[in-house]
Design a protein around this ligand. Structure first.
Ligand code: GLY
Ligand code: MN
Ligand code: MN
Length: 364
């Protein structure tokens, strides 16, 4: 399968007129070669030329594990702390006859790697982020199975988190209950920092989970993700603690309707902009447009945020097999917020929800 990925990559390199691709540790390296080289201050670069052997420069201590992990043939260029990487990188660049147009990851490559490459080869660096995102956007059966497993783990954790909610418990304690149950259900790690935002804190979409104690009348936003087999899930539910304000109750139903409208609008060949508009118009027509302060969703896979993005500027048609979140929200400063986030996969017949957790308001 990975060989197939390399073939697809090489076809994309040819279309983009690139002579080679340089990858640093991260999701693309795992996707294409199967390597999980530990990201650190030490230099590690994989070079995939348009034709010829794949070559990887890496710290010597990483080589045994990398050699065991590699899903395609690789020539290794290990370097040691006491001798440094310059000579090894130079030898690798020579063997590659590195030059011309080199694709790099603009959001991941550091000046460390860029300057090191420029010191040993004359290259024009080109952003390959979009090309790589396109390869990863359509998920195959194995990838979807991993994402479904990540959904099962996060939802098991979410049930435990909601069970832990009562007046006096802190946001941090609820997040800990979630993460522990999620791990017990098979998650290797949280996909991102678990968000538990209570009362007025729920009006901040990216609140930092803290020591606030839950009170009766709070809305509590719970936003978490699991990782299984490399792939992530990302779910948000908002619950009420006892009796809540009538306007907040209304706002909850508007967001639930916006979530349903976004999912209903999602079909292959529809754009991220159209799905965003479908969800956003429900909130705008209810008079809360100014309080929906983020995009409707984002792609999901090896990373929690990856293309496609669901906002007004993304007019590209979405392919069948794309996976993304639909997560409208309304945030009333000083009072509270509601977000309802589901993960979906596009099929030829429309969007299929991966997340199954109930969306009706849960009162704790
Ligand atoms: N927790 C970040 C997000 O839902 O995108
Ligand atoms: Mn999300
Ligand atoms: Mn989320």
């Amino acid at each position: 399968m990975t060989t197939h990925r390399i073939e697809r990559l090489r076809a994309a390199l040819a279309r983009a007129g690139l002579d080679a691709l340089a990858l640093v540790p991260g999701a693309n390296l795992w996707y294409l070669l199967g390597l999980t080289i530990h990201p650190s201050e030490r230099l590690a670069i994989a070079f995939i030329p348009a034709a010829g052997p794949i070559r990887v420069v890496l710290p010597a201590l990483e080589q045994p594990r990398a050699a065991a992990e590699a899903r395609v043939p690789v020539r290794w260029y290990p370097w040691r702390d006491d001798t440094g990487y310059e000579a090894v990188l130079r030898a690798c660049a020579g063997d590659l006859q590195l030059g011309g147009r080199l694709g790099v990851e603009y959001t991941a490559m550091r000046l460390l790697e860029l300057r090191a490459i420029e010191a040993v080869a004359r290259v024009e660096t080109i952003d390959a982020t979009g090309l790589l995102a396109e390869l990863r956007m359509v998920k195959d059966t194995d990838e979807l199975a991993a994402m479904r497993a990540a959904v099962r783990a996060v939802e098991a954790g979410l049930a435990a988190a909601i069970a832990a909610i009562r007046p006096g418990v802190t946001e941090r304690e609820i997040a800990a209950a979630w993460e522990q149950a999620m791990r017990a259900a098979g998650s290797a790690e949280p996909a991102f920092t678990t968000i538990v935002a209570s009362g007025p804190n729920s009006a901040n979409p990216h609140h930092t989970t803290g020591e606030r104690q839950i009170q009766t009348g709070d809305l509590v936003i719970l936003d978490g993700g699991a990782r299984v087999g490399g792939y992530v899930s990302d779910i948000t539910r908002t619950v009420a603690v006892g009796e809540i304000d009538a306007e907040l109750r209304r706002v909850y139903e508007i967001v639930r309707e916006a979530n349903a409208a976004g999912v209903a609008a999602a079909r292959p060949s529809v754009s991220g902009a159209q799905i965003d508009a479908a969800a956003r118009s429900v909130i705008e027509q209810a008079g809360y447009g100014a309080y929906f302060i983020h995009r409707t969703g984002h792609g999901l896979g090896l990373e929690t945020h990856e293309p496609p993005y669901l906002h007004a500027a993304n007019r590209a048609p979405l392919p069948s097999g794309a996976t993304f979140t639909v997560e409208p929200g309304i945030y009333l400063p000083g009072r509270g917020g509601v977000r309802i986030e589901d993960d979906v996969v596009l099929t030829d017949h429309g969007a299929e929800r991966l997340t199954t957790f109930p969306r009706e308001l849960i009162v704790c």
